[in-house]
Design a protein around this ligand. Sequence first.
Ligand SMILES: [Zn+2]
Length: 154
Amino acid sequence: MLKKYQQQILAIELLNRHAKVKIVYQATGIPIKLLRQTYRQLHGRSPSRGSIKFSTRGLTGSRRKYKDVTLFAVCYRVASSKSADSQIHTLISAFDAYKKSYPFGNLDFSAAWVVAQDIKDKKVQLSTCTNCRAWVLLNARDDYDRCEICKTGM
Ligand SMILES: [Zn+2]
């Protein structure tokens, strides 16, 4: 019973952050229909039916978006190094830290989830520019890797 209660708490935490119901379902196993109802109760409207992006590359179409993704990756690294929490709780901490540090950042929770998956699977990698030491996220966009600050190619 306690386990079920914890899953419900987690679902509400995720829905509060506008996570897509499919992601909440994956994390909690709570039926989609119930999650949709709960989303409506929390936000007064139905959850969007848009699909989840498949990869970090799909999220970095502009310089600004690339910057958002990279800033989130930094928050995720800090959150991962600080706690032994489960992955989903690390993601929640990282997302909250991102929102707090960059109130004008545009990355939503579902996008953050995709980036966290790619970091975990080592599809993208956080590194620093060899020239100016700024953060760069390697392999995260369709064209070549480069530093956004000094434009050095990686
Ligand atoms: Zn640089």
